[in-house]
Design a protein around this ligand. Structure first.
Ligand SMILES: *[C@@H]1O[C@H](CO)[C@@H](O)[C@H](O)[C@H]1NC(C)=O
Ligand SMILES: *[C@@H]1O[C@H](CO)[C@@H](O)[C@H](O)[C@H]1NC(C)=O
Ligand SMILES: *[C@@H]1O[C@H](CO)[C@@H](O)[C@H](O)[C@H]1NC(C)=O
Length: 189
């Protein structure tokens, strides 16, 4: 075997090893520092008000699936509203807009007023503009304080985990518009 042949053989072997060992795989481990994960985690508390505007000419929370009438209808089982609700610094809708809650809620209990909520908080304010926090959880709306998990985030809130606590600030019994205070506790980098 000449030297050239030898190197050719090695090259072929390496090449086959390359595919056998899965070096072409789409998963690989990388250094934490490449994603800024070597930094210490931050803990942030965000507080804002969520406006569920269901009435009037410009609702932000709109029924897209009606409650089923196949079972006891007192809990509006199945009712689903898609929402793009303003998030403001203070309880007054005219106070500073910090973001929007985009997602939906559905009535998911046949015996109580419980919602499944899935929302992205899309922030628009200052350095948080374009960043988001994602919440998915159970909201038993008549409890004084409800809690739902923060399951992730983007931008400023990458790798976010934590929870939100919410309590109803006010409900207009004529229109059903509601203002809810949200406190978000989140760990991120
Ligand atoms: C909200 O702010 C507007 C404008 O500043 C004011 O007219 C209104 O009374 C406020 N509403 C409440 C409930 O404080
Ligand atoms: C419907 O559910 C409510 C709340 O659980 C209950 O009080 C009521 O008796 C139920 N009605 C029927 C017809 O099952
Ligand atoms: C937020 O970012 C968008 C898109 O980059 C930009 O159009 C908008 O003016 C920004 N808003 C604020 C308040 O900085």
């Amino acid at each position: 075997m000449t030297t050239t042949h030898f190197f050719l053989l090695i090259t072929i072997l390496l090449h086959s090893c390359h595919s056998l060992t899965g070096a072409d795989d789409f998963v690989r481990s990388i250094d934490r520092s490449l994603l800024g994960l070597n930094k210490e985690e931050k803990v942030s508390h965000l507080k804002f008000y969520w406006h569920d505007i269901v009435s009037g000419k410009n609702p932000t929370s709109i029924e897209v699936i009606a409650a089923t009438n196949k079972i006891n209808t007192t809990t509006f089982f199945g009712l689903t509203r898609m929402l793009d609700n303003p998030l403001t610094l203070g309880p007054n809708l005219s106070s500073k807009l910090v973001g929007r809650a985009q997602g939906f809620y559905s009535s998911t209990s046949q015996t109580e007023a419980d919602l499944l909520m899935a929302m992205n908080f899309a922030f628009v304010d200052g350095k948080y503009n374009g960043s988001s926090i994602t919440v998915l959880g159970r909201n038993p709306i008549f409890n004084k304080v409800r809690e739902m998990p923060v399951i992730g985030g983007s931008g400023f809130f990458r790798f976010a985990r934590g929870y939100v606590q919410l309590n109803t600030y006010s409900v207009n019994l004529k229109t059903n518009d509601a203002i809810v205070e949200y406190n978000v506790y989140v760990i991120h980098y």
